[in-house]
Design a protein around this ligand. Structure first.
Ligand code: PGA
Length: 249
């Protein structure tokens, strides 16, 4: 696991966008795994700006998002589908057919999970998977206790995630869906050739320390990333402040 400590959030965004940009410049039909949440918003802003200045072309790129709330239609303002269009897709030249996000309002949710998993496999896996991390160590919606062998499936959100995400629902936790579809940990580990995990702010400091330096345990789902062959963690100083080993760049 390579850990890069960025001076601040803007640098984190720039560094992560450069990884994506360089890859897409070399492989025009790259497959990107994308994440929602506050952390990657600045990365997406930077990618939009790189697109506008002609440095990156998304016309042949394929994307797969990590997760989606169960029960929300793609057009629902709080759906991750809506989020991705608002913060990235509507501003760049992605082909709509190349965008993949689990369909949260599919009445056949189990089938939706299976189809999603098959779509990633048929795309040949994911070149770069962007991940955020929950304060509880989750990746995607793989909450503490999730099995490392899990594939894309229906998950129950933990109480801490419901509370953390209430800010997107007008601050009311009651409005946050209790279930979601999420790529599983095995899906992420097996399909991603390069994982880029982003963390900003002191509320992530414990999770980052446990992920990188603690034991590999299902109590901290992100700790399994210690076993992946190519992980780049980009954390700002606040998120990196509890790391003990001082050899990070
Ligand atoms: P955040 O979410 O970027 O909004 O902090 C990260 C996550 O929960 O994975």
């Amino acid at each position: 696991m390579r850990i890069i400590v960025a001076d601040h959030y803007e640098e984190l965004c720039k560094l992560s966008a450069n990884i994506v940009k360089k890859h897409v410049q070399e492989k025009k039909d790259a497959v990107l795994g994308l994440a929602t949440g506050s952390t990657p918003v600045g990365l997406y802003k930077q990618l939009i700006s790189d697109y506008q200045s002609g440095e990156i072309d998304f016309s042949k790129v394929t994307t797969f998002n990590l997760d989606e709330y169960a029960g929300l239609s793609p057009s629902h303002p709080q759906s991750y589908n809506h989020f991705m269009h608002e913060y990235l897709f509507q501003h760049i030249n992605m082909q709509p057919g190349h965008i993949h996000i689990p369909q949260g309002d599919n009445p056949q949710l189990e089938a939706e999970c299976k189809v999603y998993e098959d779509l990633i496999r048929r795309a040949g896996g994911i070149d770069i998977q962007i991940l955020g991390i929950g304060a509880n160590g989750h990746i995607g919606f793989n909450e503490p206790g999730s099995d490392f062998e899990d594939r894309t499936r229906i998950v129950k959100l933990s109480e801490s995630t419901i509370q953390a995400n209430a800010r997107f629902f007008g601050g009311d936790p009651v409005l946050v869906p209790r279930l979601a579809i999420s790529m599983g940990i095995q899906t992420i580990l097996e399909f991603s050739r390069h994982i880029v995990l982003l963390a900003s702010g002191e509320e992530k400091a414990d999770a980052i320390q446990k992920m990188a330096e603690g034991p590999v345990t299902t109590d901290v789902p992100a700790s399994i990333l210690q076993k992946h062959h190519l992980v780049t963690v980009i954390a700002d100083q606040k998120a990196a402040q509890k790391l003990k080993i001082e050899t990070y760049s």
